[in-house]
Design a binder for this molecule. Structure first.
Ligand code: FES
Ligand SMILES: [Fe+2]
Length: 327
């Protein structure tokens, strides 16, 4: 039996689920692959338990906005792109890249309040990302090489995982998991001591031996709850990988990612190796992440970094400013 004191203590330890109280963590989330939306096209995607569209202007810039037209609610995914605006199919109202209605089909002046919710949008590594907020609270990081020097292969994992994005993110501070499932042998006595924290996540250096005797020297890290990256060398050769955890609806995430090599004569062969590594690693996680009922009942000393990440998750800002627009 719980007394009232321990019930209150349990409440304080709870990690809020996505969608709890109508709120979602404020993070960058992948929405689609860049290759899924060509210039002059618009596509619809589920996001935050609602629906958004991604449209790419004829000039080539991608924007993520709420899907439903404020006039009578038509889905803009069945609309078209006109120059740098998205046009609703129903009565041809047009919205610019800030989400403001700038034109009606019939010529009536647009109602001043008619607007879409405009998500902060960025396109990076072949993926379109949106931030859950009016303005981003932090930026996605940059790799140590400019894009011109990189071969980037973006992918969408074939099916969604049945848990919130942060559950996958929590693999990064989960040292027990990294050792026993991914079979990384750290060459330092205690990797926990290497972890560097900031308000939006963590980074640390993994030096050790990966499967097949591959010697790795990697920086790994999280930014928010929708983004993981790692970059560094394996047997002396530099590469990188980014993984995004999209949030279509509570209790589900869709993985988008990219593996990245330096341009050069060996790039294709390296990309094949990176693809195999990506498929193996996410494949090792997939059965776990599709069936888990996450809890944190008994942590041991090897969970020191994970416990600190749980604390970050408890305090993490949650909001849903697009709620009235996307449903
Ligand atoms: S419903 Fe979109 S213009 Fe009328
Ligand atoms: Fe994992």
């Amino acid at each position: 039996m719980h007394d009232s004191h321990s019930a209150a203590a349990d409440d304080a330890l709870k990690i809020p689920a996505e969608g709890e109280g109508g709120l979602f963590r404020q993070s960058w989330y992948p929405i689609c692959l860049s290759s899924e939306v060509a210039s002059g096209q618009v596509i619809g995607r589920p996001f935050l338990d609602g629906r958004v569209v991604v449209f790419r202007t004829e000039q080539g810039d991608a924007h993520v906005v709420s899907a439903y037209c404020p006039h009578l609610g038509a889905d803009l995914a069945v609309g078209t792109v006109r120059g740098s605006n998205v046009q609703c199919a129903f009565h041809h109202w047009q919205y610019d890249c800030t989400g403001t209605c700038v034109k009606t089909g019939i010529g009536d002046p647009p109602p001043r309040a008619a607007r879409l919710f405009k998500f902060p949008t960025i396109e990076r590594w072949g993926i379109v990302w949106a931030f859950n907020g009016e303005a981003p609270l932090f930026e996605l990081p940059q790799l140590p090489y400019p894009d011109e020097q990189l071969e980037i292969r973006a992918y969408k994992w074939p099916k969604p995982f049945a848990c919130d994005p942060w559950v996958f993110a929590a693999n990064t501070p989960d040292m027990q998991h990294i050792k026993v499932v991914h079979k990384v042998q750290f060459s330092v006595p205690d990797p926990h001591d290497l972890v560097e924290w900031d308000p939006w996540g963590l980074q640390y250096t993994v030096k050790g031996i990966h499967q097949g005797g591959v010697e790795i020297d990697w920086r790994v890290g999280l930014r928010g709850t929708g983004f993981f990256w790692r970059h560094g060398t394996a047997n002396g050769v530099w590469s990188a990988a980014v993984t995004g955890f999209g949030l279509p609806r509570p209790g589900e995430h869709q993985v988008y990612g990219a593996y990245i090599a330096l341009k050069g004569p060996n790039a294709e062969q390296q990309l094949a190796t990176l693809r195999a590594l990506t498929e193996r690693t996410i494949g090792e996680d997939e059965p776990l992440l599709s069936s888990i009922h996450y809890r944190h009942g008994y942590l041991t000393k090897s969970d020191r970094t994970l416990a600190k990440y749980f604390q970050l998750l408890r305090q993490y800002p949650r909001a849903h400013p697009s709620a009235a627009f996307i449903r």
